[in-house]
Each structure stands twice: as structure tokens, then as C-alpha cells.
Design a protein around this ligand. Structure first.
Ligand code: SF4
Length: 256
């Protein structure tokens, strides 16, 4: 991978966003280090840029890079009310270590309200609806105040993420989406974590390579897919925030 510290000389603010010119940018940034992708996002969108995290090792790398480039950048997470206590401990440790003030994004639907509306244990009876209520909708609401966001998903995580682009148009949220680590492997991620002595979720050492909500996360056996423990036994593999609708959004009036 090319790790040039130099950001190519472009004038992104002069661009009128469309799928076509984002493809052009994507080809350019595909070859560069994640810090270059983040630098482009930060310099282009400033306060309209936010980093999302689920506190994965990949996300911690992006937090580490961003904390070095632009402290106090908005780093947000989706509070589903069902995150592991270990994840919350990691959040607090990262806040102190990297001087991050996390923004908690919540759906404003308590678990009790959800039970009243849809019945008990919605994550078992209708997990797509549960994710829609607790993740997709609050995410869309939050990103309606932004123009770009970054996420730590990688192509090697699963077949559904194999075609992740470094820079793309997020048709769900009508913002630019950056995936600076799209081309990285799990080995590269853990090498970076070790090299910089960054904290990670203690559950990883207990057989949980991917950690989400408590009822939808299981440990995996050696050699299994990194995300095999998410919604295990169901066809569901994604919560929905990384799934794009079929419809094409050609006109991006927000950036005109
Ligand atoms: Fe609900 Fe499970 Fe989705 Fe969390 S991961 S929002 S508990 S279905």
C-alpha cells in the first residue's frame, strides 16, 4: 500500500458532487493511506464531518489518526441500550487516552416503549425492524446535520463488504461516506493496534472478533468469519447502516 503522507493537490470544495466525480476521487484515494483519506474529509467538510464508531479495532485506528490530526472532531456511536458493559468501559478508556468527547446517538425509544409497540424481544421476532428503530433511523437523523461521515468497515470482513469503496455517496443518508480502511486486512489492523499500544475490547480475547448488541453477538470458533457471531443462525449479516438502497440518487442538491 502507498503510504504517501502527501494529500494530492485537489480543490474538493470546488467540486459539484455526483456519483461520477466521487468515482474519480475514489480511484485516487484507493491507493493512499487512511490518514490521507481522513485528512481529505476533515479539510473538505470541517464541522460537517463526523466519524462513526462501534468501538472495533478498526474504528480505534481511525480515532487514533483523527485525534492526531484534528482533536475534538465529532466521534459518534449508536447507543442501542444493549451494548456490552465492556464496550462502555472501552469507550471511557478511549475518551481519556485519545481525548475524545463521544457523541451518543440514541433512537429516543426506550426498550420498554419498544416492547409496548412491537412486543417483547424484537431482536428475536424481527431483528431487521429492531436495527431499523435503534440504528438506521437515529443514524439518518444524526447525519442529516452532516455532509460526510467516516466508518471503519473493511472489504475482508465479509462478502457483503467485499466491494466497499473508499469514497462513495451514501444513498441512505444523502452524505459522502468515507471508508479509509476499506483495503486493509485484519492482520494490518491488529499490527497497527499493537504498534501503537491502543486499547481494545477485552471481549476479543474471549472469542468475540466482532461485537455489537448483547442479544445479537456470540463468540465464534477458530477460523470462522470475523462477523460469524453477529446474528448467528439468521440470514441477517448487517444491521442496515451499510446497506444501500437499490434506487440511484443522481442529483445531490445538498452540495449544489
Ligand atoms: Fe436490535 Fe440486535 Fe440490531 Fe441491536 S443488533 S439493534 S439488539 S436487532
Amino acid at each position: 500500500m502507498n503510504t504517501s503522507p502527501l494529500t494530492p493537490p485537489i480543490s474538493p470544495l470546488a467540486l459539484s458532487w455526483s456519483p461520477a466525480n466521487l468515482s474519480h476521487l475514489n480511484r485516487r484515494y484507493e491507493q493512499l493511506h487512511p490518514r490521507d483519506v481522513l485528512r481529505w474529509g476533515l479539510s473538505t467538510y470541517g464541522a460537517d464531518f463526523a466519524l462513526a464508531t462501534g468501538f472495533s479495532p478498526s474504528g480505534i485506528i481511525l480515532m487514533h489518526l483523527i485525534s492526531q490530526m484534528k482533536p475534538r472532531t465529532v466521534v459518534f456511536y449508536l447507543q442501542t441500550d444493549m451494548l456490552f458493559p465492556e464496550t462502555m468501559q472501552l469507550r471511557d478508556e478511549l475518551a481519556e487516552r485519545l481525548d475524545i468527547q463521544f457523541t451518543e446517538v440514541h433512537c429516543n425509544v426506550s426498550l420498554e416503549d419498544q416492547k409496548g409497540r412491537y412486543g417483547p424481544n424484537l431482536w428475536e421476532s424481527a431483528p431487521d425492524l429492531c436495527c431499523h428503530v435503534r440504528k438506521v433511523v437515529p443514524m439518518r437523523h444524526f447525519l442529516s446535520t452532516k455532509k460526510a461521515w467516516a466508518t471503519a468497515i473493511r472489504r475482508d470482513q465479509s462478502i457483503t463488504r467485499a466491494f466497499t469503496q473508499v469514497i462513495s455517496w451514501d444513498k441512505n443518508n444523502l452524505v459522502v461516506k468515507l471508508c479509509p480502511l476499506a483495503t486493509w486486512t485484519s492482520e494490518q489492523v491488529w499490527e497497527y493496534i499493537r504498534e501503537h499500544n491502543l486499547p481494545t475490547n477485552v471481549l476479543h480475547a474471549q472469542g468475540y472478533p466482532s461485537i455489537g448488541c448483547i442479544p445479537c453477538t456470540q463468540s465464534v470458533d477458530s477460523g470462522e468469519d470475523e462477523r460469524a457471531g453477529r446474528w448467528a443462525g439468521l440470514k441477517k449479516t448487517e444491521c442496515g447502516i451499510h446497506v444501500q438502497p437499490v434506487e440511484q440518487v443522481e442529483q445531490v442538491e445538498k452540495f449544489a
